[in-house]
Design a protein around this ligand. Structure first.
Ligand SMILES: Cc1cc2nc3c(=O)[nH]c(=O)nc-3n(C[C@H](O)[C@H](O)[C@H](O)COP(=O)(O)OP(=O)(O)OC[C@H]3O[C@@H](n4cnc5c(N)ncnc54)[C@H](O)[C@@H]3O)c2cc1C
Ligand code: SF4
Length: 426
């Protein structure tokens, strides 16, 4: 097993920031394309050549302003966005013999100093006297709250956890967001003023949607996905079989990661980011053998090729085209039986098994909301089927489930809410 110091080292920043010199050199690689494809590929539409040009001309703060105007979580997105399938994939320099401009790292290069100083670029408009409620303090809720506050509305955020941040705080892999960055970013967002966070208050338990609609002029729902899908096969109740999201949350909150118990032989079932993250993080905690098993082929996995390669370089083994048939053990799990593509049975020994097979809306959907495939249906403006109620982030139907898309949902909804409340500059 690794020593506590080795574990600490294993969880350091996977993409360390660029030095001042490297930032300038990297910014000079951009062609500043007209009709830049990278901008269209960014869900929040950041003016990428614009901010890279500002870095190049020594105006780092201007670059940060350009980024944060479009995406108030530009700092977190710089760390967690799968840029290899977004802006950097379509960069015109992404071709054989060349490499894409490292947009994510440049974005971090510009925003980190501003967040470290806590400098506020944006000022709130005069108070409108209107009040909005936001349910859930994850990326969607915080982005919406920030934008609404800038418009001059008074915002109250209801968050069931004791602290805000959503999956930025409880989900994203620890080595992507080191040094308590998630908390520091939330503090930066709230410092704009006009946003009250009521932590420990849960919609459906402590307050109802009807009550919020009565008390506030508009409501934005962004509770994410609190439930997890189950494998639905025998033995799921055995000790050592657990869902990945809960374990990751405990890992993110641990003061001392070396105190987290991890098995020797681990099987992870799933094919998305969560499956990759739990596989890599358990390896970093000291698991000897980690095998990720996915029901279809490598090309069908939701995790990008880049993420799969990253897991491989961290010693994770992959098995494709196999579905769990049962978990085997007496009291505690000791193996998992899979049905493989040709119908044959494959058994993998395991003393810990993680299921990472998707999440679902937790806590029930408030009455009257139309849904699609178990998620809240919304219009292009993120309006729901109930007047005065908007929704965004992981809880809504359609779209990629990423931090950056959640931020965009919050921003778009806030503009629509502002128009609904009589504002004209949304
Ligand atoms: C393990 C994991 C790793 C991920 N890694 C990445 C990554 O590297 N890059 C990336 O782009 N995306 C990643 N994602 C996806 C990304 O985290 C989500 O898409 C994003 O956080 C969604 O934001 P949200 O605001 O909709 O929901 P959340 O972040 O889930 O926030 C919802 C908030 O609402 C609160 N809440 C829930 N129900 C209620 C209620 N009834 N009342 C009050 N509050 C409530 C929750 O406590 C939470 O704080 C990952 C997801 C997981 C699970
Ligand atoms: S596509 Fe690449 S080269 Fe062109 S503007 Fe965007 S980052 Fe610069």
């Amino acid at each position: 097993m690794p020593t506590p110091a080795e574990i600490e080292r294993n969880f350091t920043d996977i993409h360390p920031p660029l030095s001042q010199h490297d930032g300038l050199v990297e910014s000079a690689r951009c062609y500043f394309c007209y009709d830049a494809p990278c901008v269209s590929a960014c869900p929040t539409g950041i003016d990428i050549p614009g901010f890279i040009h500002q870095i190049r001309s020594g105006n780092g703060d201007g670059a940060a302003r350009t980024i944060l105007r479009a995406n108030i979580m530009g700092g977190m997105c710089a760390r967690v966005c799968p840029t290899e399938i977004l802006c950097e994939e379509v960069c015109v320099r992404n071709k054989p013999g060349d490499s894409p401009v490292r947009i994510g790292l440049l974005q971090r290069h510009a925003t980190d100093p501003v967040l470290a100083r806590g400098e506020q670029f944006f000022r709130r408009a005069e108070s409108t006297g209107k009040r909005a409620a936001v349910v859930g303090a994850g990326p969607a809720g915080l982005a919406c709250a920030h934008q609404l506050a800038l418009f001059g509305h008074a915002v109250t955020v209801f968050e069931k956890q004791k602290k805000p941040g959503g999956l930025n705080e409880f989900g994203i892999a620890a080595y992507k967001t080191v040094d308590d960055f998630a908390r520091r970013e939330v503090e930066y967002i709230l410092a704009v003023g006009g946003i009250e966070v009521r932590a420990g208050v849960e919609l459906g338990r402590d307050v109802t949607l009807e009550e919020l609609r009565g008390e506030f002029d508009a409501v934005f729902l962004s509770p994410g996905l609190g439930g997890v899908n189950r494998a639905g096969v025998d033995g799921e109740g055995l000790d050592g079989v657990m869902d990945a999201v809960g374990f990751i949350a405990a890992l993110r909150q641990a003061e001392d990661k070396s105190r987290i118990k991890v098995g020797k032989k681990i099987v992870v079932i799933g094919g998305g980011m969560t499956a990759i993250d739990i596989a890599v993080q358990t390896r970093k905690l000291g698991a000897e053998e980690v095998t990720l098993v996915y029901r279809r082929g490598a090309e069908d996995m939701r995790a990008s090729r880049h993420e799969q390669d990253f897991a491989r370089t961290n010693g994770v083994h992959f098995r494709y085209n196999a579905r769990p048939a049962r978990f085997i053990g007496e009291g505690a799990v000791r193996a998992v039986e899979f049905t493989a593509g040709g119908g044959e049975t494959v058994t993998l020994a395991a003393d810990m098994v993680f299921t990472a097979i998707g999440q679902a809306l937790g806590g029930g959907i408030p009455e009257g909301l139309t849904t699609t495939d178990g998620r809240i249906s919304v219009t292009a403006d993120r309006a729901t089927s109930i007047a005065g109620v908007w929704a965004g982030g992981d809880c809504v139907a359609g779209g990629d489930k990423l931090t950056v898309t959640a931020v965009e949902d919050g921003k778009v909804a806030a503009r629509s809410i502002h128009r609904f409340l009589g504002g004209c500059n949304g």
